[in-house]
Design a protein around this ligand. Structure first.
Ligand SMILES: [Zn+2]
Length: 431
């Protein structure tokens, strides 16, 4: 057999092996932030430059796709770009040939997508010039990038010193690193790392008990085991100051754009903080075998008086993510009485005001946090509807946080400074 046939056979075999392996894996993308304060001057310049070069190359290529989308462009060390003063030459010094190839591959993919859309009868235009390029694919692990996990660093092709990144701890042991992307965002540079993880490894241990959530209007969740989660990220003073500054600046001026960019950066920071809160709360809820929520009540707030307040809390986001896990979510219809009923004896109390933070039962003497009482009621009402006894039998300890749950909630939520966890208690008073 000739060498080429042997080579082809080898590639075919390894592709088959990979395909087999992937059946038991799932891809997951991890967001790693490049620590800007740890970068030296050369690295900062390089990062700024590489996105510029990618933009030049991209625009150069789509200006004349027929003649430029080829391997010659992949090897070229300079490109011509159009400027207000006519055509100018730009040196490509930072982009490696693999990165250039990846930029051109992206154009090819965009073209295929366009023609597919066209075939479906969708009206499409041409590829547009980019004023900003924010995403450079790093396709080959080991060549265009290399993860140095124990050093919390990633080596990027073209940069001598590896860069320090935040977030590598999220990646489980034994996961297979596939590819990466270098991303530019208003608040800094990121590496998005795609890994393949064993399906079995992702099945985490669940807490075998159903949990109901009472959503408070203001940044608050109360779980039926007594965990109360408060969280809040306010708009910063800096943001307000910048917005004021912008309003006084001349539209379109250099300083105007500078301030606008700073505002974008500030928004991104706030958004990241809120997103992290949502992620953490969601991870905690996901630990439970079953989650019960009173979906309708929240919907009503959103459309009603509290709309704006609810929007900023991210409750809607948490609920929609729970809904994507249908095997764990048990929706409970709207029962107006969850705050009025005693979760212990079932008697009803009409004269409870919104300002009453504690529910005192006149019949059985129960004294309980108002929201906890409501959460336990949601749990009880929800479980009544469930047919399978397996879930019903799980119910053991309403209004009681077990040591395991304390540990889990502290581990997941504890690292976020904007989340406050407390524990509500139940008291049974003698009547
Ligand atoms: Zn009672």
């Amino acid at each position: 057999m000739s060498v080429t046939i042997l080579k082809k056979q080898k590639i075919k075999e390894s592709l088959k092996k990979t395909k087999e392996k992937r059946k038991n894996q799932i891809p997951k993308v991890y967001q790693l932030k490049i620590s800007y304060s740890n970068l030296n001057k050369d690295q900062k310049q390089w990062l700024e430059r590489i996105f510029l070069e990618a933009k030049w190359l991209y625009n150069y290529c789509i200006a004349d796709i027929q003649n430029r989308l080829n391997s010659k462009t992949e090897k070229s060390k300079q490109v011509e770009i159009k400027t207000p003063n006519g055509f100018e030459t730009r040196e490509i010094t930072c982009l490696s040939s693999q990165m250039k190839q990846a930029v051109l591959d992206r154009i090819k993919k965009n073209l295929t997508d366009l023609s597919k859309a066209k075939q479906k009868g969708i009206k499409v235009g041409k590829l547009k010039f980019k004023s900003d390029y924010r995403n450079i694919p790093l396709k080959q692990n080991g060549i265009t990038f290399k993860v140095l996990k124990d050093k919390n660093r990633i080596k990027i092709q073209g940069l001598k010193k590896p860069v320090r990144v935040l977030g590598l701890h999220q990646i489980p042991e034994n996961s297979e690193i596939a590819k990466a992307e270098l991303i530019k965002k208003p608040d800094g540079y990121y590496i998005y790392l795609t890994c393949f993880i064993d399906k079995n490894q992702t099945k985490e241990k669940k807490i075998k008990k159903p949990i109901a959530i009472d959503f408070g209007i203001k940044h608050q969740l109360t779980l039926s085991n007594g965990i109360k989660i408060n969280y809040s990220v306010e708009e910063t003073k800096r943001l307000k100051k910048l917005q004021k500054k912008l309003s006084k600046q001349k539209k379109g001026s250099n300083n105007y754009f500078k301030t606008k960019y700073k505002i974008q950066k500030e928004h991104q920071k706030i958004y990241n903080k809120r997103k992290d809160i949502q992620n953490k709360i969601f991870s905690l809820l996901k630990k439970y075998e079953y989650v019960l929520i009173q979906d309708e009540a929240v919907k009503q707030w959103q459309s009603g008086l509290f709309g704006k307040q609810v929007q900023n809390t991210g409750i809607g986001e948490i609920i929609s993510r729970l809904k994507n896990n249908p095997e764990t979510l048990i929706p409970v219809g709207r029962y107006e009485a969850t705050t009025k009923i005693c979760s212990n004896c079932g008697s009803r109390k009409e004269d409870i005001e919104l300002s009453d933070r504690v529910y005192k039962c006149n019949s059985c003497g129960l004294v309980i946090d108002r929201d906890l009482n409501s959460a336990i009621n949601i749990l009880k009402i929800g479980l009544e509807k469930v047919e399978t006894t397996t879930i019903k039998n799980l119910l053991t300890d309403c209004g009681e946080v077990t040591p395991v749950e304390r540990k889990v909630s502290a581990r997941i939520l504890g690292s976020n400074p904007y989340i406050r966890v407390s524990y509500a208690s139940v008291k049974q008073e003698a009547t």
